[in-house]
Design a protein around this ligand. Structure first.
Ligand SMILES: Cc1cc2nc3c(=O)[nH]c(=O)nc-3n(C[C@H](O)[C@H](O)[C@H](O)COP(=O)(O)OP(=O)(O)OC[C@H]3O[C@@H](n4cnc5c(N)ncnc54)[C@H](O)[C@@H]3O)c2cc1C
Length: 416
């Protein structure tokens, strides 16, 4: 596979862009693979890349029921950060942040990694204490965190409602290394890198059944025939409970829709990712000028990739409370993705059966986790041992009670 470079761009510009090869191969499925990964989203593709690059496993297939990137990886609001509080989460998300920082070089792909800073606003003294605590926990783990006072915020974010707000802004927590990454470029970059090392990336191949013998999965029934597997890795995000049910497994996961929105293109307006502390709202501006924003999940279970009007109203209301000028922008479109909400809001990277591995429970924070999730899942599949950074993401924590409840709201998926 040819390398992308400034020289290649120049060469192709001079010859009418006739020499670009497809970014990845899309071969017919083989009858059997050492490892079959179900789900060609960010996590499945990243896992395939690290299996090949780090662990030398290349007799691997990624089966995707739609096109590559048609799931949540291409639907999210592109925010990456590692501003986590809990011991089990923080080092994992920081590993991911470090991998983001070197991702474009690793994949030889422009993923538009933009470390523009993520600012969480706070509006009460109690929230200030909570954010100070979170910031201190981050710094203890070597992660950058700073508290911003109101004069600093006024300079950085003059468009916020400071003077007439119902919930006055009292400051913010900033992680300057946080920011955004172009989501579908991440899927394409991982697909290309994995494919170039010999992994078969197979779109339009839906898994419809899994043949199980005792504690082992032996073959997958797919819309493109039967495929035998040495090891099976499930990375199906919002459909985790559906694919696990094919093995007779019930997961501590509920599926909910999360919606996102984009406005018409505007001149540069917001330089950072900003989150509202007095409601659920987060916003950044894309390079095309659209304001990309979102809020809460729809509070009912669904596998539909679209949401309801109640959440549309709630999100826009919070947005206008934070940035009154938003009321003048036109919303261009909205869409939805299916979230695999775990009972404690934290993910699962674990073995589920003798040769079956599970990557699930990402809630609405799994995009930022993509590189670390792929690396840690590949480690587990290749070595049989959990990656040291992902030891806390065990399936049995829901039985033992050793949960990782970052928000402290209990077993209520719609609140995480
Ligand atoms: C609107 C929205 C905003 C979000 N914002 C953020 C954010 O700003 N930051 C952040 O960190 N996270 C965010 N997330 C969450 C994040 O996108 C997800 O947690 C993450 O993408 C899930 O992992 P994935 O990329 O592997 O999922 P997906 O891309 O959904 O991949 C799973 C794949 O499995 C495939 N599949 C399912 N069943 C089968 C089957 N039977 N056979 C074959 N294939 C199958 C699906 O088609 C899908 O492509 C957001 C999500 C949404 C929807």
């Amino acid at each position: 596979m040819s390398r992308y470079s400034a020289l290649a761009l120049l060469r192709e510009a001079l010859r009418g862009n006739a020499g670009w090869a497809p970014a990845w191969r899309e071969p017919e499925p083989a009858p059997a693979y050492d490892v079959v990964i179900v789900g060609g989203g960010g996590h499945g593709l990243a896992t395939a890349h690290y299996l090949a690059q780090v662990y030398g496993l290349t007799n691997v297939a990624v089966l995707e029921k739609g096109y590559v990137g048609s799931g949540n990886v291409g639907r999210n609001t592109t925010i990456v950060r590692s501003n986590y509080l809990l011991e089990g989460n923080n080092p994992f998300y920081e590993l991911s942040m470090k991998l983001w920082e070197g991702l474009e070089q690793d994949l030889n792909f422009n993923a538009m990694v933009s470390q523009r800073g993520v600012i969480n606003l706070f509006h009460t003294d109690g929230q200030r204490d909570a954010y100070r605590r979170r910031g201190n926990a981050m710094r203890l783990h070597g992660v950058d965190a700073e508290i911003l006072d109101v004069p600093a915020l006024r300079r950085m974010l003059p468009m916020l409602d400071f003077d007439t707000a119902r919930f006055p802004i009292k400051g913010g927590l900033i992680q300057r290394r946080g920011g955004t990454v172009r989501h579908d470029a991440v899927a394409w970059g991982y697909a290309r890198a994995a494919s170039s090392r010999g992994v078969d990336v197979i779109p339009h191949c839906e898994v419809t059944g899994i043949r199980r013998e005792g504690e082992r999965a032996v073959a997958l029934e797919t819309t493109r025939g039967t495929i035998r597997c040495g090891k099976l890795a499930l990375a199906t995000a919002g459909h985790s409970s559906v694919t696990a049910a094919m093995l007779g497994l019930t997961l501590p996961i509920e599926s909910h829709v999360l919606q996102a929105f984009v406005s018409e293109g505007l001149k540069p307006f917001i330089d950072h990712v900003v989150t509202f502390g007095a409601g659920h709202f987060y916003v950044s501006q894309s390079d095309k000028g659209g304001l990309v924003f979102g809020g809460d999940i729809d509070g009912y279970n669904s596998y539909a990739q679209r949401g309801g009007l109640a959440v549309v109203e709630d999100v826009i209301e919070a947005g206008v409370a934070m940035i009154p000028a938003l009321s003048r922008a036109k919303a261009l479109r909205s869409w939805g993705g299916v979230m695999d909400m775990s009972m404690d809001g934290s993910p699962i990277i674990d073995r589920a059966l003798e040769n079956v591995y599970l990557n699930a429970g990402w809630c609405y924070g799994g995009f930022k986790a993509t590189p670390a999730s792929g690396l840690c899942f590949a480690h587990l599949i290749a070595t049989g041992e959990p990656h040291p950074t992902a030891r806390a993401f065990r399936l049995d924590r829901f039985a033992s009670g050793a949960v990782l409840d970052e928000k402290g709201v209990g077993a209520q998926p719609n609140l995480h």
